[in-house]
Write a protein that binds this ligand. Structure first.
Ligand code: GAP
Length: 488
């Protein structure tokens, strides 16, 4: 399926490689007009579910940040992956992935020495030339740059949007005067010099993150809107289950908090919404799970990390990282900048704890497209996207290139656009081909103007999923579509 999806994405320029005419640029993808519409719809839906219902403010901070930020955050020291170079052909490989692919064991979180021992003891060779492998070492994933004409100021492209929020914390708190709990959200590109970009949109060097830093009182365990989501069932792969090779448990958000499996209501709150959100996007329940990260994979300061993983064609992969980062970031930046980062409550200084859900847009869209791709024998593959995600909700066609049919169809297009229903007009090719092209990119409904329209002011509405057509009056089209189109 993956190759078919890739071909569809390229054919319709949903996504395509950067600098294609020069042979591409590994790890960098572009959005074409259709892909961009899907991305924008995804972000709109995300905002509606994760930002708007709560006390969460959205910001947009710099893509390039000075070295000091990453000295403080720890990225300069430890944001790295283990690599190993072949002594013969000099090709470089990610050591942990090489071991995992060769021995089919999980080695995330292992030290350089441990990885070195595994390679040596199992006689793992270079996958390209079978040559002997050298010393395993760290490779920092941040892109470095120099600012200004003299090139003296070292800076980095941000590897996550989060640090922009932490370093702006004082300014934001003084301007917004927010009450705990509150969140700061950021949507934007992040950059990581991944050693081996792969799996289409899964491991990129430039990608889009949707992050929320949700600040809570360090001693208060309750948050305002939890009740609305407390009964949402979560599928959790516990630490024990991972060690024993067992399956997920299904547990209500409230029980996971009560039993101490999830260390804070806010973390369970976001996880509950994520479960619901990805199901709405069309991912089947059994292809979703939260993996409780093992102690060796969890940063020392974290009180618990749960990755939302989706089952892709190549296996399970993290799509959202959920972390209870406590006060680590604010304390680190306070220490390095000399500026105290806190909120004031009743005259008292409080360093809040932070709970962070961090979403990857491209991974999410890849998963959504993968599960949306249909091949039901209609002669073309098509995307069963929920209406709120479809690049266009409606396509409008005159059956034939007749002046009056064209005029009427264009009038309908204008009217629907006025009502904020996304649509496009097309009169080229046969009607069958136009339906196929609309299905292929997930257009929810096709409206056709024909001979009869000119006589009785009715049009046909074709449902993408059933291929069934209904004849309805033009004057009732808007209310018909408002009832039918899926929302979030
Ligand atoms: N601030 C926390 C943070 O950045 P992360 O788990 O490293 O956490 C969050 O990243 C999300 O960003 C991931 O779940 C994934 O969806 C996306 N992401 C991370 N690295 C990526 C890459 N190389 N290519 C595409 N998406 C990536």
């Amino acid at each position: 399926m993956i190759e078919e999806l890739r071909q569809l994405c390229l054919r319709r320029a949903i996504f395509f490689p950067e600098s294609e005419i020069y042979g591409g640029f590994a790890g960098f993808y572009n959005y074409g007009p259709i892909g961009l519409k899907i991305k924008e719809n995804f972000i709109r839906a995300w905002r509606k579910v994760f930002v708007e219902p709560d006390n969460i403010y959205e910001v947009e901070t710099s893509l390039i940040q000075p070295k000091k930020v990453f000295e403080a955050s720890g990225h300069l020291e430890s944001f790295s992956d283990p690599i190993v170079q072949c002594k013969k052909c000099h090709s470089i490989h990610r050591a942990d992935h090489l071991i995992e692919e060769t021995l089919h064991i999980h080695v995330e979180g292992k030290s350089l020495d441990e990885l070195q021992d595994i390679i040596y003891n199992n006689n793992i060779k270079c996958p390209k030339c079978r040559g002997e492998l050298g010393q395993v070492r760290h490779f920092n994933l941040m892109f470095q740059t120099y600012v200004g004409p003299e090139g003296k100021e070292e800076a980095y492209l941000r590897p996550e949007t989060a640090q922009g929020i932490f370093v702006a914390f004082r300014r934001l708190v003084s301007s917004l005067n927010p009450k705990l709990p509150f969140g700061i959200a950021q949507i934007g590109r992040s950059f990581r010099n991944e050693i081996s970009p792969r799996h289409f949109l899964v491991r990129l060097r430039q990608f889009t993150q949707l992050e929320i830093e949700y600040f809570v009182h360090p001693k208060r365990k309750k948050i305002p809107n939890f009740n609305k989501w407390k009964n949402q069932e979560l599928r959790i792969l516990t630490r024990e289950a991972q060690l024993k090779n067992e399956d997920v448990i299904v547990i209500k958000a409230k029980d996971a908090v009560k039993e101490g499996l999830i260390p804070h209501q806010a973390l369970a709150y976001f996880m509950a919404k994520e479960m619901w959100f990805y199901k709405k996007l069309g991912i089947p329940e059994e292809a979703l799970r939260f993996r409780h990260m093992l102690p060796e994979e969890t940063p020392h300061y974290s009180k618990g990390n749960f990755d939302l993983e989706i089952k892709f064609d190549f296996g399970w992969k993290e799509v959202v990282g959920n972390a209870y980062r406590a006060s680590y970031d604010l304390e680190k930046h306070t220490k390095h900048s000399g500026v105290e980062l806190f909120v004031e409550e009743n005259g008292k200084k409080i360093i809040p704890h932070v709970i962070e859900p961090s979403f990857g847009v491209e991974r999410s869209l890849y998963a959504v497209l993968l599960y949306a791709l249909q091949d039901d024998g209609r002669g073309w593959k098509w995307l069963k996207l929920p209406g709120f995600l479809a690049p266009y909700q409606v396509a409008i066609f005159p059956l034939v290139k007749d002046r009056k049919q064209i005029q009427t169809a264009k009038k309908i297009e204008k009217k629907l656009k006025k009502f904020n229903i996304s649509c496009y007009y097309e009169d080229r090719q046969s009607i069958g081909k136009r339906y196929a092209k609309a299905d292929e990119i997930g257009v929810r409904y096709c409206i056709t103007v024909d001979e009869q329209t000119l006589k009785d002011k009715t049009i046909t509405v074709r449902d993408r999923d059933t291929k069934e057509q209904e004849r309805i009056e033009i004057s009732k089209l808007k209310s018909y579509l408002s009832k039918k189109l899926e929302t979030i």
